[in-house]
Design a binder for this molecule. Structure first.
Ligand SMILES: [Zn+2]
Ligand SMILES: [Zn+2]
Length: 106
């Protein structure tokens, strides 16, 4: 899959390095598990829909459209209110535990 994927930490467009996703702005690579979660989620949503405002301070952003991801209480998955992308639970935990993303511009 070669769709654009945006950084869930900062909304920068991720690049691929040897098939691994990487955020240049945050100097942050992504684990295979997280990458697979994002790609699985992206494969189930429509293409990018426009969003008005981004980069309010918030935990995580949609890798599809850069909208805010919100936690769904019932199953602890992450849902984007803008494009309806859904990422399985564990995503936020894995991002926190296994990634270090520079945040000086946020
Ligand atoms: Zn980033
Ligand atoms: Zn979205």
């Amino acid at each position: 899959m070669n769709r654009d994927i945006f950084c869930p930490f900062c909304t920068n467009q991720l690049v691929r390095q040897n098939d691994n996703l990487y955020c240049e702005k945050g100097d942050c690579g992504f684990s295979k598990v997280v990458q697979n979660l994002m790609e699985e989620a992206l494969s189930k949503v429509d293409l990018l829909k426009p969003i008005d405002s981004i980069l309010e301070k918030f935990n995580y952003y949609c890798p599809n459209c850069r909208g805010k991801l919100e936690v769904v209480e019932e199953d602890k998955s992450f849902l984007c209110k803008n494009c309806a992308l859904k990422i399985r639970s564990g995503f936020g935990h894995m991002l926190r535990e296994y990634h270090y993303h520079k945040m000086e511009n946020l």
